[in-house]
Design a protein around this ligand. Structure first.
Ligand code: GLP
Length: 261
């Protein structure tokens, strides 16, 4: 795992965007796994800027989103489908048929989930999966105690996650109890995982994910099993990690061919 600590969310997101842009330039038909939530917003803004000002071309890119709320239509302003359109897809040139999100209105959830897995496989697998982290250590919507081998399926949100996400709805009662999410096994199959974490309320979860024991109680710790994980975080999210001096030392001494700034 490589931990990149920057002064703030904007600089960390710019560095992460450079890393993603390098992949898209190297592999124009890259398959990206996308995340929602507050965390990736500055990253998406920077990718949009790169597209508009530097001509970063998304026309060959295919995307798969991590998750969606059960029962929300793509038009619902709190749906992840709506989030992705208004925060990224409307501003870059990814052809619509190359965009994939779980369907919150599907009438057959298990069949839809296995179809989603098949579509990822058919696309050649995910080259780079963008991830945020929940304050309880979830990735995607894989809440604590999710199987580390899980695949795309329905999950029940914890009360804490419902509270955390209530700000996107008009009341906490409106937050759906159920979601469809890629599993931890699905995420670990990606060739690269890019985890973003900003703010002090992520510090405990991030330290556990990076330095704590591997356990289902902290789903993000499963990333310790993955061979290529890049963590981009700010100082406050990193404040509970014990090895920050070492992470900075490694980053400052990267061989030039491995640099992405
Ligand atoms: C949400 C999403 C996750 C996200 C996490 C953190 O519920 N399903 O993909 O990473 O929780 O959200 P935020 O970035 O808003 O803190």
């Amino acid at each position: 795992m490589e931990i990149v600590i920057k002064d703030n969310a904007d600089t960390a997101s710019r560095t992460a965007a450079n890393y993603i842009a390098q992949l898209i330039r190297r592999k124009p038909n890259a398959v990206l796994g996308l995340a929602t939530g507050r965390t990736p917003l500055p990253l998406y803004r920077e990718l949009i800027r790169m597209h508009q000002e530097e001509g970063l071309d998304f026309s060959g890119v295919t995307t798969f989103n991590l998750d969606e709320y059960v029962g929300l239509s793509p038009e619902h302003p709190a749906s992840y489908n709506y989030f992705m359109r208004t925060n990224l897809f409307d501003y870059v040139n990814i052809p619509e048929e190359q965009v994939h999100l779980p369907d919150g209105l599907t009438s057959d959830i298990p069949a839809h989930c296995s179809e989603y897995e098949k579509k990822i496989e058919k696309a050649g697998g995910i080259d780079l999966q963008i991830l945020g982290i929940g304050s309880d250590g979830h990735i995607g919507f894989n809440e604590p105690m999710s199987s580390l081998a899980s695949r795309t399926r329905i999950k029940t949100l914890t009360r804490d996650t419902i509270k955390d996400n209530a700000c996107f709805f008009s009341s906490v009662e409106e937050v759906p109890r159920h979601v469809i999410t890629m599993g931890i096994g699905t995420i670990l199959d990606s060739r690269t995982c890019l985890l973003l974490a900003f703010g002090e309320n992520k510090a405990e979860a991030l330290a556990g994910a990076v330095e704590g024991p591997l356990m289902a109680a902290l789903p993000a710790s499963s990333l310790q099993l993955h061979p290529v994980v890049k963590v981009f975080c700010d100082e406050s999210a990193a404040c509970q990690c014990r090895q920050t001096d070492y992470y900075r030392w490694v980053y400052d001494n990267k061989p030039q061919w491995q640099q992405f700034e």
